[in-house]
Structures are given as structure tokens and as C-alpha cells.
Design a binder for this molecule. Structure first.
Ligand SMILES: [Zn+2]
Length: 167
């Protein structure tokens, strides 16, 4: 991109941080053939010449900051999430809905948080779900008709013991 012969006093479009917009500017100083300083014709502010809105670079820096700023907690959550999903694929996931019944270890698909694994059932109407970026408590209808797994196996054991005793 070659600039037309610009000199101090030329008019250019530059992004103005004060106006938060692309505005007409007057070149104040040139350095090595590039605009070193420009004055906004709208607010009169003098600043560095910006050929475009800095949104792109800002977004990039936000993304890299987010990538660099992954907390230990999030990393731990991701590891836990991946361990829970190991050997399973998301195709067996159940879309999350407050009215749905979920069981422990079930994979759910949340419209906002994505895939998650039910890691705990919290009476009376909550489930603890491990998502890639952390654990969240979600509202849901608990499986009232079904006995939770540990109780079920305990019951079976008791029944077996009773049977043995009867025999
Ligand atoms: Zn301005």
C-alpha cells in the first residue's frame, strides 16, 4: 500500500481514539514517508496516524490475553472434563433442558457452555456439571422414580444377603 505524496497539511482519513471513529485528519508531521502525526479535524486532537480502526488488533490481543490468562482452575477443569469424556464421544450427549432428567455421568449438551458431564446430583433439583472451563450447577428435574446408583447396588446387596440368610 503506497500512500499518495503526503506532506504536512495533507488530508487523510485516520482513526481517532477520542472520536472513536474514522475521521478526517490533517497530516502534521511525516517521518520516512509515513505519517508520524495527524490532527483530527473533528476534535482537534493530535495523535499517531491510524490507517484503520484498531478493532482487529484489539480483538487479537484480547484473544491472546485470554489464551495466556487461562487460570490453573480452568486448566484443572479442562483436564477433569477430558478425563470424564475419555473414550466417549459427544454424540451420546443429551441436550440440556431444565425439564429433562439427567443421571450421573451423563453427557449433556448445553446451548451456552457446550458439552458437559454430570458429575453430581444435588437434591432437590440441581445437577453439578463439569464443563471444559469449569464446574457449574444447573437446575434440572431429578430422577425421582429412579433410585440413585449407589443406593440401588446397596439394596441389591442387602437383598442378596437376606436371600442367603433365608437359604
Ligand atoms: Zn477526533
Amino acid at each position: 500500500m503506497t500512500e499518495p505524496d503526503l506532506t504536512a497539511g495533507s488530508e487523510v482519513d485516520s482513526y481517532c481514539l477520542k472520536c472513536k471513529d474514522m475521521t478526517n485528519h490533517m497530516v502534521i508531521a511525516m517521518a520516512d514517508g509515513v505519517i508520524a502525526k495527524a490532527q483530527c479535524n473533528v476534535c482537534g486532537g493530535r495523535h499517531k496516524y491510524r490507517a484503520a480502526k484498531p478493532s482487529k488488533s484489539k480483538a487479537k490481543s484480547t484473544a491472546s490475553r485470554a489464551a495466556a490468562g487461562v487460570t490453573l482452575k480452568e486448566k484443572k477443569a479442562t483436564a477433569a472434563f477430558e478425563a470424564l469424556l475419555k473414550g466417549r464421544d459427544g454424540s451420546e450427549s443429551k441436550p440440556y433442558a431444565m425439564t429433562s432428567i439427567f443421571n450421573k455421568n451423563e453427557i449433556i449438551n448445553h446451548p451456552t457452555f457446550g458439552l458437559g458431564v454430570v458429575t453430581s446430583i444435588i437434591p432437590a433439583n440441581k445437577i453439578e456439571v463439569t464443563f471444559k472451563d469449569g464446574v457449574r450447577i444447573l437446575i434440572c428435574v431429578l430422577p425421582v422414580s429412579e433410585t440413585p446408583e449407589p443406593a440401588k447396588s446397596r439394596k441389591k446387596k442387602i437383598r442378596k444377603v437376606v436371600k442367603e440368610a433365608a437359604a
